[in-house]
Design a protein around this ligand. Sequence first.
Ligand SMILES: [Zn+2]
Length: 190
Amino acid sequence: MSQFIDFAELKRELSIEAVAEWLGLDLKRMTNGQLRGACPIEGGDRLFTITPDFINKDGTCGRFFCFANECRRRWPRGGDVIELVAKVHQLKPQDAAAELQKAFQTPQTAPQATKLPEGGLDYLLADHEAVQALGLSKEQAVRLGIGFAPKGIMRGRICFPLRDPEGKLLGYCGYAEGMEPALKFPIKFL
Ligand SMILES: [Zn+2]
């Protein structure tokens, strides 16, 4: 069964950092913003890099590059977020894109993505695995207005609503383990 996937749209929706985290890559952020760590295929210290601000030819952001021998031979110019998944899971790009779309449930093909209460960010994913990892069921997350942000300023974070004493939504606090800072508040709260 082959399914149409808009690669460019998918790449625009995804943060390579969030995808690297989803892949379980153990990377550390360098002062220049790059992420570095062992190659997921060949190991080796700090051979694998992700540059989140790298602009690809198609205008999308984020690229990996690996200095390990085999990777360098197979992916001499590194790759974008879809190619990263293709490389790590050893899939064809089409299958990697399908995996990503399933995992991140980007809006274009996610009729089952849960809508959060009125006034909230309508693209938060209440049934994302990062939310499940907190021990929250989809129903609990929906009721609390908590969800994973696949895009926007909280991209790659779990968003928790901030409310005033009347319950009015003021904004979101975004949390992501391993991101810097781990907790992100809307600018007006600082
Ligand atoms: Zn490698």
